[in-house]
Design a protein around this ligand. Structure first.
Ligand code: MRU
Length: 384
């Protein structure tokens, strides 16, 4: 595992909105031009991950050449965010297959150990298991004459590329939905990090927010700090401020007050797993945002690629919820701040479908989700 570090700058600050408005090109081109940050790079047969544990202070890339390394990167959250976890997993399978193939013998049987290792890294984001399923399926369809390494590498790259494409489609659909309901000058509240750092493109919920900003429809984004791992204050605030998108950071517990006093029109979040009835698992705190949004008449949008939808689970009650070390709550920057007690640290919760106004995917939009509408959605082709 090799590391490459450079001191973090705040990035190029510029008025992206003016830039795009003057460019006179289509929304897709304007969105593509907004892709600045990336967190995953597949280069020269190695997986490079931007270490999200130390952002925004340092931009350090770590090179991985084994499935065990990738599994540990996912577990320790060097890489995080459901789609980014799925993409990294696919590359992890490529690395594993290369090593097993070189060992000779029944390499496909030996690969099962690596599948199990990767599957064990984090439990909630279904994209991880979806990516393993895609890679396994590709493996099973290998023709005798094919070069297995080239085929698996192409599959992982296709997973990465299609997530990027999905981000673009979802941004366009989300912006259209916002436009349908209200005009300009939106104040938006978001939770966790759902941007370029969490995906293969420029984001799910943050992609819609970026798109809406480009279209001149966002006045300010309120970013929940997202305790305890601080995805909001460390990652989302960093991504948005680097692009000149007006962002204000707030404590998670300020969200209801902000909905009441700051003219919030939409809460826009991502997802880690969406079940067949439209229930949504996402970062802990999302459920209480949805309850508060309902109370304040604020619309609630979930943005996620179809790889986040798990039609095998009937409802959110069946989703495994990851619990992480209590020290994430009891310590700040490695220093103990909490009393000498046990801490309960579930890092996801489930928002029931009936609190959700719309789920945006690359296959289309589901408004007021339920089982029938989710089934219809999954029968559709991707829109790109
Ligand atoms: O624990 P994390 O940082 O992996 O959790 C991430 C989230 O909950 C995101 O909201 C979700 O994965 C959507 S990312 C596009």
């Amino acid at each position: 595992m090799a590391k490459y570090t450079r001191a973090s700058s705040r990035g190029d600050r510029y008025n992206r909105r003016l830039l795009f408005m003057s460019a006179g090109c289509g929304m897709r081109d304007r969105l593509l031009a907004a892709e600045k940050v990336k967190a995953i790079d597949w280069r020269d047969g190695a997986l490079y991950l931007l270490d999200q544990r130390i952002l925004p202070f340092e931009e350090t890339w770590i090179a991985y050449t084994s499935a065990a390394g990738v599994a540990e990167a996912i577990r320790s959250m060097v890489v995080r965010g459901a789609p980014a976890i799925g993409i990294s997993t696919a590359y992890g399978v490529v690395l594993a297959a290369r090593a097993r193939f070189a060992e000779g013998g029944d390499w496909q049987a030996a690969l099962e150990e690596d599948f199990a290792l990767l599957a064990d890294s984090r439990p909630t984001a279904v994209n991880l298991f979806w990516a393993l399923g895609r890679m396994r399926d590709r493996l099973e369809r290998l023709k005798d004459h094919a070069d297995p390494m080239a085929v698996l590498e192409a599959e992982a790259i296709a997973i990465h590329e299609s997530d990027r494409e999905a981000n673009l489609t979802m941004a366009q659909l989300g912006v259209d939905l916002i436009r349908k309901h209200q005009g300009n000058a939106q104040a938006i509240l978001t939770h966790c990090n759902t941007g370029a750092l969490a995906t293969g493109g420029f984001g799910t919920a943050l992609g819609v927010i970026r798109g809406a900003f480009i279209e001149g429809m966002v006045e300010r984004v309120y970013a929940n700090e997202t305790r305890p791992w601080l995805q909001g204050s460390r990652l989302t605030a960093w991504e948005l401020s680097n692009e000149g998108i007006p962002v204000t950071l707030n404590a998670d517990s300020a969200a209801a007050h902000i909905m009441k006093t700051k003219g919030i029109t939409w809460v826009i979040v991502g997802a880690d797993r969406i079940t067949a009835n439209g229930d949504v698992a996402n970062k802990i705190g999302t459920y209480q945002l949805a309850v508060n949004a309902m109370h304040h008449g604020v619309r609630f949008m979930v943005v996620a690629p179809s790889s986040t939808i798990d039609m095998n689970l009937a409802s959110g009650d069946d989703i495994p919820i990851e619990e992480r070390d209590g020290r994430e709550l009891l310590e700040v920057g490695g220093k103990r701040v909490g009393a000498d007690v046990d801490a309960f640290n579930p890092v996801f919760d489930v928002t029931p479908a009936d609190l959700i106004d719309a789920i945006i995917t690359e296959k289309g939009i589901v408004e007021r989700p339920d089982t029938a509408k989710m089934a219809q959605l999954m029968c559709r082709k991707r829109l790109h």
